[in-house]
Structure formats: C-alpha cells, structure tokens
Design a protein around this ligand. Structure first.
Ligand SMILES: Cc1cc2nc3c(=O)[nH]c(=O)nc-3n(C[C@H](O)[C@H](O)[C@H](O)COP(=O)(O)O)c2cc1C
Length: 180
C-alpha cells in the first residue's frame, strides 16, 4: 500500500474529474490517497510524507495552471527524491495527428525544464470540450483549436475525449511499482 499525494490544477473541471476517478481507483487498489487542488494547497504541504506524487494539470494556451507550476517549482527537490508521475490534460492529446499529440508532450517537457521536476512517468490524457460552459471568447478560441485538431466544432454540445481505461492503468501501474 503506497501513501500518495495527488495534486492537481483545473480551469473548467475536467482535470478534477480525472483525478477524482484516479483517486477512486487507487483507493480500491488499497492505496492511501490525499487529493488536493493546488489552488487550495496549504503552505505546509510538502512531498516528504508521501511515497509517491501524482501531479495533474490541463493546458490552456500552452500553459498549465500557475498554482501547479508554483507548487512544483517550490518542491522540485523533494519531488525528485521520490517516484513522481505527471498527467497532462489537453485537447491535443485527443488529436488524430501524431504531431498534434506530440505538441502536448512538448508543453509537458517545457514544464519539467522550467520547474526542475523530472517525473519518471508521464500520461498524455485527452480532456473535454465544454462549449455549453464557455463564454463567447473561450468558445471562439476552442472552436479554432478543435478545428485544427479534428475535434468537435458543434458548439451546442459538450464532448469528453478522456480514455478512462488508459488512465486507470497508468495510475494503478505507477502505484504498484512503488510497492514493488
Ligand atoms: C481557453 C482554452 C485554451 C486551451 N488551450 C489549449 C492548448 O493550448 N492546447 C491544448 O491541447 N488544449 C487546450 N485547451 C483544451 C483544454 O486543455 C481541455 O479543454 C481540458 O479538458 C481542460 O481541462 P480543465 O477542465 O481541467 O481545465 C484549451 C481550453 C480552453 C478553454
């Protein structure tokens, strides 16, 4: 049984849904999970009490949530001393074109360079298009991004692209490797 921290950032809620699902699966697999939104992380939160850390964040104009960036930068030394996994949530991960999918991984690489954290495992998770929740500006941006990546441009409907089975496999494999 591993004691895990799952820290995340979200803007429209899909990453919260992703980490809540992951935490449920890890709990069923008998791991102990502390789930925290980076925006609400207490100052006392450090990686040290945990056997492993999973960080999840979503891409918005090629950047992850600033609360996640700040926490990871501040704790990079402690994070590098224990098993770590990063879940990058984006629309690019859902693209049919391999080059587009690689774009999300390039953003993750740049995040690792800037923060100084080098997790041993990375999962490129597809997020969601929530047109019914976006304001005019976000709808306009997302329609353009979706068009270039082969996503839905039907602004009357939301579409979820997340592969839940792949996600479950990734987090449970990561936690099982800590126990080995
Ligand atoms: C304003 C905006 C900008 C976005 N920019 C990107 C981007 O640069 N690259 C990408 O792959 N996805 C982008 N996305 C898609 C999000 O990563 C995707 O919708 C994800 O599910 C959002 O996760 P969240 O709900 O946890 O914030 C963007 C979404 C919005 C609304």
């Amino acid at each position: 049984m591993a004691k895990l921290l799952v820290l995340y950032g979200t803007t429209e809620g899909q990453t919260r849904k992703i980490v809540s699902f992951a935490a449920d699966k890890l709990t069923v697999a008998k791991h102990q999970v502390r789930l925290i939104d980076a925006a609400d992380a207490p100052d006392t939160l450090t990686p040290e009490p945990f056997d492993g850390v999973i960080v999840a964040a979503s891409l918005h104009i090629h950047n992850y949530q600033s609360a996640v960036r700040h926490w990871v930068s501040e704790h990079a030394a402690g994070l590098n001393k224990r098993p770590g996994a990063f879940v990058s949530v984006s629309l690019a991960a859902a693209a049919e074109d391999e080059e587009e999918r690689k774009e999300a991984l390039a953003c993750a690489e740049s995040f690792f360079e800037k923060t100084g954290w080098h997790p041993k495992a990375v999962h490129n998770a597809a997020g969601a298009l929530r047109y019914t929740k976006y304001d005019f500006f976000k709808t306009w941006i997302m329609k353009r991004i979706a068009k270039s990546q082969g996503g839905s441009t039907d602004t009357g409907h939301d579409t979820e692209y997340t592969d839940w089975t792949a996600l479950e496999l990734f987090v449970t494999d990561f936690a099982a490797a800590i126990d080995d």
